[in-house]
Design a protein around this ligand. Sequence first.
Ligand code: PLP
Length: 403
Amino acid sequence: MSIKPIIPAVRTENITYAVRDIIVLANEVAKTGKEMLYLNIGDPNIYDFAPPKHLVEATYKAMLENKNGYAPSSGIKEAIKSIEGEANRKGIDNVLDIFVTTGASEAIDIALTALVNQGENVLTPTPGYPLYTAIASKLMMMENPYYLDESNNWQPNIEDIKSKINDKTKAIILINPNNPTGSLYSVDVLNQIIELALKHNLVIFADEIYDKLLFDGKKHTSIAALNKDVSCITFGGLSKNYMVPGFRIGWGVVSGRQEILKDYIEAMNKILRSRLSANHPEQFGVAPCLEGDQSHLVEANEKLTKRRNMTVDMLNAIPGISCVKPEGAFYAFPRLHMKHSDNHFVAELIKETGVVVVPGTGFGQVPGTQHFRLVFLPNEQILEKAYNNIGEFYQKYLDKYGN
Ligand SMILES: Cc1ncc(COP(=O)(O)O)c(C=O)c1O
């Protein structure tokens, strides 16, 4: 019998997910018995964060009441109504459609699948969240990366965006607050992006999954609220703001002009119907979350502010590392001022110190620059130890390999 391997589809060739890929090495190191300090996964629940109790209770009650069948394809009406209320509170009052999905990830996947043909392109932030690259590969669409400007608090570089738009560009993706940099976009930058979107008939994909995790009294502005004519899908969900990434509940809110968006909305709904529904009982947690007690956020943001301050102070004190101060989410994207690849640096760091971070290469960056992404969700003791380890290790690394 001849043995012929099963050949996977070409579309999977470029799919990488640096955040999880690094785990393979971390697991090998952990097996040696080394103490590991995990600063790599954006999951609040593996650290000292928990969801509000009323969310868990509402879900449990729905399960007991046997809301365990399929949900409507776009989501249960209680959830949709409350997501619309939330959009209105953020100033988005021209909502055309709302759909509840298996995490914001599925909403993003559906919105891109319904919009972009093979060979067309979407402007994606660099650095940015690797999910977009994975979906781009799957759809065999072109990524059209634009840079975030580190010297300007990681704001999108408008001139770079302008220079990258071409006649095959269908959309622009914004992650605000940002993963991996933690930056929050200024209203001025958002308005300039709206102008470009209107001029070139682009759909704005506003990934606002971290919009309630904010520091220093900062306010988040939804780009969709700034202009009624611009075509926008705002993505949100329970994963981060309400600390239940395992529930897999997210959504997309479509806003803009009906006559421009109606065919696109129907195309998304065709896909929504074909995949049946998102998790059903978990959808009963949406309204209690969005309309109920928000005190867990006050607590979470206080903790995160302390940890963010510590992160920025300790990393900026290390010669050869600089770190822009994050204003939201729970990530920082410090720069390593050296010539070696951040992949090499991070692999050595994990092996030597057990500190697990993700190489900047996994998120994209300006060529010739090196970074790593860390999550400042762990408690102060863990962070202090990790940053001390990074400082000591970096000096040794540069002594060994030169800078
Ligand atoms: C920017 C961004 N968008 C979307 C997601 C995925 O969210 P969800 O868990 O709702 O699928 C993440 C998760 O880390 C993220 O960082």
